[in-house]
Design a protein around this ligand. Structure first.
Ligand SMILES: CC(=O)[C@@H](O)[C@H](O)COP(=O)(O)O
Ligand SMILES: NCC(=O)COP(=O)(O)O
Length: 251
């Protein structure tokens, strides 16, 4: 059954708006878990714009749900990951001025360095993942550097879906959906786990959830946004219902 990793970065964004103590990401993780989340994702950014080091430490120590740590491929982040030992660490690109992650990690351009970083994380017993564009050469490079999981960037699909007025049949949307599907087939053929995420929401999630062999979706902004009105537990439960429905309809 496909799993849902809830990214709670933007619970911390709200807290950081006042530099105060609430809303607490630990509370969010527990609520998401009760709502049916299979894992929690946090992106400990180099600029600490939302999730703080202490948040990751508290999540590790105080919650009983799988933790996926999104991180830049830096010595600082490798040291933090090896100390805190999340179940999974996902290598993502970072740009100081970006509003959110804008593209996948360029593995092709830095294979030797990433091979060394992936080995350190694996030696620490951490499942290694990377966030990449749906590009065959990036998928092949991910296998070469030794990651066990690839999360395909669904931003281009999500943006095409929105631009098409949520019409999944529009050619531009189908093109992006097929790119994700093809990347997933390649990922699985290379023995890696096929995950997906970024800009998924309650309107565009089902075609991605229905893709053959997909294992886990990482969704954050849309769930946290919905939670403002219905609560995080319900927002997560609704997303899980949509994912389960998509899988059952696709059988
Ligand atoms: C990799 C990905 O698509 C998201 O997890 C992204 O890292 C979110 O970044 P922000 O939490 O800073 O928006
Ligand atoms: N890696 C994707 C993720 O964790 C959540 O991204 P988003 O849903 O906040 O865009």
């Amino acid at each position: 059954m496909i799993e849902l990793g809830v990214n709670i970065d933007h619970v911390a964004t709200l807290r950081q708006a006042r530099r105060t103590y609430e809303p607490d990401p630990v509370w969010a993780a527990v609520e998401a878990h009760i709502g049916g989340a299979d894992g929690i994702t946090v992106h400990l950014r180099e600029d600490r714009r939302h999730i703080q080091d202490a948040d990751v430490r508290k999540l590790r120590d105080l919650t009983q749900i799988k933790l996926n740590l999104e991180m830049a491929a830096t010595d600082e982040m490798v040291a933090i990951a090896c100390e805190l030992r999340p179940e999974m660490a996902m290598l993502v690109p970072e740009g100081r001025q970006e509003v959110t992650t804008e593209g996948g990690l360029d593995i092709v351009g830095q294979e030797a360095r990433l091979t060394n970083i992936v080995a350190k994380l694996r030696d620490a017993g951490i499942v290694t993942s990377t966030f990449i564009d749906a590009e065959p050469d990036q998928v092949a490079a991910a296998a070469r550097v030794g990651v066990q999981v690839c999360e395909i960037h669904t931003g281009p699909y999500a943006h095409a879906f929105h631009a098409a007025g949520r019409d999944i049949e529009r050619p531009a949307v189908q093109t992006e959906l097929q790119r994700v599907a093809a990347a997933g087939q390649q990922i699985r053929s290379l023995g890696m786990r096929f995950n997906a995420g970024h800009a998924l929401n309650y309107y565009n999630v089902q075609p991605i959830a229905a893709l053959p062999g997909i294992r886990e979706l990482h969704i954050g902004h849309a769930i946290v946004s919905r939670s403002v009105f219905v609560g995080l537990r319900e927002a997560v439960a609704e997303m899980k219902r949509l994912m389960r429905e998509a899988v059952s309809l696709n059988r």
